[in-house]
Structures are given as structure tokens and as C-alpha cells.
Design a protein around this ligand. Structure first.
Ligand code: ADP
Ligand code: MG
Length: 265
């Protein structure tokens, strides 16, 4: 069993926003049983920014699905912001998910015949509290503004670059004002410059107080996170703090300066 508990309390002092205790996930396919997650114990403090790394098949997505309340542990305990997930029925789990969590995926998962702003409005249709049409539009526009896409709100996904599509997906993840953003390989389909821009956006959101947990297999991307958890064979085998983490904003500003200087010389 692996056990990592960063005891540090969150910014508001009320303890970890995520608590996993001896979490196991077993999949059964016919006679074959796969232990995808094996006894993971983990605390994530409010405001933390965690990268989950590990080889393909090490259990990263299974763990993310549990963290995202998309799946339940076979055994063990998950306490999300003080609520034990095991005790919740499907409907209450959906409410917990839509009020506390935002999801970002590698392949963006936008509806292709639907404009950016309508894509961002979608999670409000499933929110526990009914949001009026005009208010949905206002909040979706605000979220798109936050990710730098105010001028593109009526574009279809096909009219946007990969990085812009991922920004729409991040706006959609933010629109119900979640405490935690969960992202499974969010830069996996992006070139390196766009990846840095997206990491810059995640760093900004994290600075504003949102807890971010993201899967990545790229050490370059993990270097922007505050903490790196490595999985192997369903277990968390290491958990370290990035003492010298990279700042995407500083790097992007630096590249701009280098480019300007090159033009002037
Ligand atoms: P990663 O995201 O690190 O690549 P996964 O969590 O997707 O790893 O998978 C961990 C293990 O669980 C793998 O051996 C995978 O084949 C298995 N697995 C994942 N999902 C299922 C499923 N729905 N049914 C059966 N086995 C699964
Ligand atoms: Mg995966």
C-alpha cells in the first residue's frame, strides 16, 4: 500500500479538498480481473496543482475517474470537500460532480455543430439549480472572456485552432465555478508552444484559488505543476513538490521579447 498525506491545510484552513483512503479499483472482464488502482491514499490541499504521471496502463485514468465521481472505488474511501462519496446515490453524485468539479479532456470533447458559447452553456443545463437562459449566456460569455476568447464566442469548434478549442473546453469546465479542475492529458493533442499557453491558463486559474489535478505523461508539462505524483501498477510510487516550478507566463513573455529583439537587430 502506498500512502502520501501532505498534511498542509488549504488556504482557508479547512483541510484537504480531496481525501483518498486505501482506494482500490477492480475491473472484471469475463474471468480476468484487473487491479487498476491498488490502495491509494492521498490528500490534496485546496489550491494545490497536482500532476499525475506514469506509464500507460498504470491506473491514472482510473484514478481520475474516481476523483471525478465518474466511477466509484471498489473499496476504500473518497471524501470530496468533506462529503463521503460512497454514501451518495447516483443523483446526488451527479449534483456533487456538477457543483464541485470541472473536467477537461485530451480530445476537447466539444459538440461540433454547436458554437463556443453554446458548448460552454451546456453544464448549466445539468446544474442542480436552474439557470435562466439570459444568465446562462452571460456566464458562458464571461467564462470565455476569462480564457481569452471573447471575440470567438459564436465560432464553431472547426473554426478554432486546437489551443482555442481547449480554451473553450476549459471555459466549459469553469462555468459552474468548480473548486477542482480535473484534466486528463489536456495538452496531449497540442504542439509545445500551445501547451505552454494552456499551462499558463491553468497556472492563472490555480493562482485564483482553483485546485488543479491533471494527468500528463510529459515531464515538461508536469514541471508547471506544484506537485508530481507518479503511478505504477495502480500504486502511487512517488509524490514530490516542484521546488523550482516553471512559470508559463514568464516563459511566454520571454519568448515575445526574444522575438521582438530578433526583429530589431
Ligand atoms: P492509464 O490511464 O494510466 O493508461 P488506466 O487507468 O486507463 O491507465 O488503466 C489501468 C488498467 O486498468 C489497465 O490495465 C487497463 O487495461 C485496465 N482498465 C482500464 N479501464 C478498464 C475497464 N473499463 N475494464 C477493464 N479493464 C480496464
Ligand atoms: Mg489514461
Amino acid at each position: 500500500m502506498t500512502s502520501f498525506s501532505h498534511a498542509a491545510d488549504g488556504a482557508d484552513g479547512s483541510g484537504p479538498v480531496v481525501k483518498l483512503r486505501r482506494v482500490e479499483k477492480l475491473y472484471r472482464a469475463g474471468d480476468v480481473e484487473v487491479r487498476a488502482v491498488r490502495g491509494v491514499t492521498l490528500d490534496v490541499a485546496r489550491g494545490d496543482f497536482v500532476a499525475i504521471m506514469g506509464a500507460s496502463g498504470s491506473g491514472k485514468s482510473s484514478l481520475m475517474n474516481i476523483l471525478g465521481c465518474l466511477d466509484r472505488p471498489t473499496s476504500g474511501e473518497y471524501i470530496l470537500d468533506g462529503t463521503s462519496v460512497a454514501g451518495e446515490d447516483g443523483r446526488r453524485l451527479a449534483v456533487l460532480r456538477s457543483s464541485k468539479l470541472g473536467f477537461v479532456f485530451q480530445s476537447f470533447n466539444l459538440l461540433s455543430r454547436t458554437s463556443a458559447v453554446e458548448n460552454v452553456e451546456l453544464p448549466m443545463l445539468y446544474a442542480a439549480k436552474l439557470v435562466a437562459v439570459a444568465e446562462r449566456r452571460r456566464r458562458a460569455t464571461e467564462a470565455l472572456e476569462l480564457v481569452g476568447l471573447r471575440a470567438r464566442i459564436h465560432h464553431l469548434p472547426s473554426q478554432l485552432s486546437g489551443g482555442q478549442q481547449q480554451r473553450v473546453a476549459i471555459a466549459r469546465a469553469l462555468v459552474n465555478r468548480p473548486q477542482i479542475l480535473l484534466a486528463d492529458e489536456p495538452t496531449g493533442n497540442l504542439d509545445s508552444r500551445t501547451s505552454v499557453e494552456i499551462m499558463g491558463l491553468f497556472q492563472e486559474l490555480n493562482d485564483s484559488g482553483i485546485t488543479v489535478i491533471m494527468v500528463t505523461h510529459e515531464p515538461d508539462v508536469a514541471a508547471y505543476c506544484k506537485r508530481v505524483l507518479v503511478m505504477r501498477d495502480g500504486m502511487a510510487i512517488s509524490d514530490t513538490r516542484n521546488e523550482e516550478r516553471r512559470s508559463a507566463a514568464a516563459e511566454l513573455a520571454g519568448r515575445g521579447r526574444v522575438a521582438r529583439e530578433a526583429c530589431l537587430s
